[in-house]
Design a protein around this ligand. Structure first.
Ligand code: NDP
Length: 312
């Protein structure tokens, strides 16, 4: 099997930007899209903060455009998820979907991050029956119904606002007495007539006969004002952040405690020369489409320089 010059794992803004740069540099990159082609942006609604779109765009449109742009310069974009890697030998070995082994002189890891769950048993019990981590994917099923969103960051606010446009009522369950979200998102949430923010509330469990019909919450947990609260809801949405998709690489690639891949200084290189990480899988701080695209670009430039230096 002939090794390829550059393998890109993941197809969000980081992976596809890396593919654009790598293909224009003549590396003939091969991209495997992962479990969620287009990445997390395909699950967001409006994108208003990506430079160059004065009227905004949607996540799906942006990812389709990036896909076309990468394909236009010859990137090979394929279905498939990396299920095993061996980075102890060169060329590096990556197994796709447990079946196909790809050998590559450089690898760009751009596998992004996935939604986090609270870890309560009822999330599993009602999975697909009222519990969701993606308002854009599942909101449609809750038209004119009542739902709850957990979290106080931009994700939770965005989910709540999206659901508020479809649903009769949206509860936003916030564990502290403040929202963490950006000021503009906070304001929109506060201005929405059908969103009720439940500050200082945590979720104990869900109720319902086969499908979610309610949630048991605890207010002011651990204080003398502590009380139990029940809300009637038809859907329960998670918006509490994300976990980096780095597990498969961990035997070889250095990660921090939360699982984010550690890159070297200002570079996108991992602890292994020739292997780079870009986008949310290596970014606990910014996690924006624009910063992901920027690191994808850097990773591809570094891969190209490495290959040139090594005469590969
Ligand atoms: P964040 O980490 O910013 O927020 C997570 C939220 O969930 C916090 O309010 C946190 O509470 C809460 N939370 C975490 N764990 C639990 C738990 N076990 N129980 C209850 N609540 C919990 O994640 P986001 O996904 O919201 O945002 C990540 C990054 O992406 C941010 O930089 C954000 O700005 C960006 N983003 C930007 C968007 C945009 O610009 N349109 C859209 C979405 C995300 P606490 O505050 O108490 O820690």
């Amino acid at each position: 099997m002939e090794p390829i010059k550059c393998l890109i794992i993941g197809s969000g803004p980081a992976g596809l930007t890396a593919a654009i740069y790598a293909s224009r540099a003549g590396l003939n990159p091969v991209v495997y899209e992962g479990m969620q082609p287009g990445g997390q942006l395909t699950q967001t609604t409006e994108i208003e903060n990506f430079p160059g779109y004065p009227d905004g765009t949607t996540g799906n449109e942006m990812m389709e455009d990036l896909h076309k742009q990468a394909a236009r310069f010859g990137a090979s974009i394929n279905w498939g998820t990396a299920t095993k890697v061996d980075f102890s030998k060169r060329p590096f070995s990556v197994t796709i979907d447990d079946t196909t082994e790809v050998l590559a002189h450089t690898v760009i890891i751009a596998t992004g991050a996935s939604a986090k769950y609270l870890g309560i048993a009822d999330e599993t019990k009602y999975a697909g029956n009222g519990v969701s981590a993606c308002a854009t994917c599942d909101g449609f099923f809750y038209r004119r119904k009542t739902v709850a969103v957990v979290g106080g960051g931009d994700t939770a606010c965005e989910e709540a606002l999206y659901l508020a446009s479809l649903c009769k009522k949206v509860y936003l369950i916030v564990r502290r007495d403040v929202l963490r979200a950006s000021q503009v998102m906070q304001q929109r949430v506060m201005d929405a007539e059908n969103i009720e923010v439940l500050f200082n509330h945590q979720t104990l469990g869900l109720t319902g006969d086969g499908v979610v019909e309610g949630a048991n919450l605890i207010k002011f947990k651990g204080t003398d004002k502590e009380e139990q609260v029940h809300i009637d809801i038809d859907g329960f949405f998670l918006g509490i952040g994300h976990k980096p998709n780095s597990d498969v690489f961990k035997p070889f690639i250095e990660c921090d405690e939360a699982g984010y891949i550690i890159t070297q200084g200002k570079s996108q290189q991992t602890n292994i020369e020739g292997i780079y990480a870009a986008g949310d899988v290596a970014d606990p701080t910014y996690r924006q489409a624009i910063t992901s695209a920027g690191t994808g670009c850097k990773a591809a430039i570094e891969a190209e320089r490495y290959l040139r230096d090594k005469g590969l």
